[in-house]
Write a protein that binds this ligand. Sequence first.
Ligand code: GDP
Length: 444
Amino acid sequence: MAFESLTDRLQNAFSKLRKKGKISETDLRGAMREIRLALLEADVNFTVVKNFVKTVRDKAIGADVLKGLNPTQQIVKIVNDELVKIMGDQAVDLNKSPKIPTIIMMVGLQGAGKTTTAGKLALKLKNEQKARPLMIAGDVYRPAAIDQLVQVGQQIDVPVFQLGTDVDPVEIVRQGLQKADEENNDYVIIDTAGRLQIDEKLMDELSRIKALAHPNEILLVVDAMTGQNAVNTAEGFNNQLDVTGVVLTKLDGDTRGGAALSIRAVTGKPIKFIGQGEKMTDLDVFHPDRMASRILGMGDMLTLIEKTQKEYDEKQAQDVTKKIRENSFDFNDFVDQMDQMQNMGSMEDIMKMIPGMANNPALKNANIDPKDMAHMKAIVLSMTPAEREDPNLLNPSRRRRIAGGSGRPVVEVNRMIKQFGQMKKMMNQMSKGNFNGMDGLLGK
Ligand code: GDP
């Protein structure tokens, strides 16, 4: 999982401070040294690290946090705020043209994930804005690149304009744009060629496509796994093409995270999306604040909630949120949630988005068995409607009946009811922004 070691090291530094209670300037200096090393090891750009550490130290000293209450929490807060800041503060929307079509040009090195991301983006626009995108296959060099885009198009039911590999890409784009005009497409996504490295010929071709298409958005796709190289690549492309945004792919992998933390500061260009898997739905808007929470090991609850919402209709999602707030989330909702979660992919990945879970050693080798989910569901389905709505009714004799009905041992029934109670409490606290119960770092 991305950022694992960075999160570990930062948490270590903070927990050492926390143990001290009162913090001296020497302690602070020691902690800053650890943070500096942690960031460098995560492959964050050297200058970015230097400025980051200096700012955090100046703020900590300037705000007199060492003399205040909870100095560690305040330092964590300063680190959090600075992380958010270097990643760009706010999520940045996709540029939109005042008249259709909005033209998006995808650029990047070979293998970064351009073609996949073009498809993901088309699907996102289709699902979220009811858009009618057209994709143009402009990579005429990589064997099978066109086939790949055509296949992606079929999978998500988005048309692909292509003229094979023997036509100049600029001409393909010209005709593709004409086609989009005829068909009234509101978005055009141009997939372009990549190379293993930046070279002049490629840049020349991309510049010619840019000059012809006047894209509203030039999205540079970079592979997070390549660390500092991703940052250098971003700088190179940006110098030549003046890109408007970055997509950081493969953040589901084992990346150390340096690219996410350096790209904005080095290039001045916002990361607009992150790719977190190979599926067409694995593209998320980049939120610096959520990424900072994730790096600090505080989970990424908002993304998790959004993911759940996507599987739901709007009304259902609001109902659940309201129930969590009012603490009236019951076993019926629980079964619904489990069904939804099963549609959402790997349980492990989902669990890791929950605060306090990212680095939970119990999860390191956790294999959450779909069978366990089925058992939990069987237990709930053996409850009467009244019991599902009010777990307080579940006295020992009722629990025995449920165990018989679901074919599960009573201890398992008891355990699940207990876990449900704990989960409910935790969700309710989190919905109020209270992370204390989970040894939250910010201690809001
Ligand atoms: P292109 O050469 O830039 O067009 O790259 P492709 O779109 O062909 O992607 C290269 C490989 O990376 C493919 O196997 C993709 O499935 C994979 N890939 C792309 N984005 C992601 C991502 O966010 N996560 C993971 N795990 N794999 C990705």
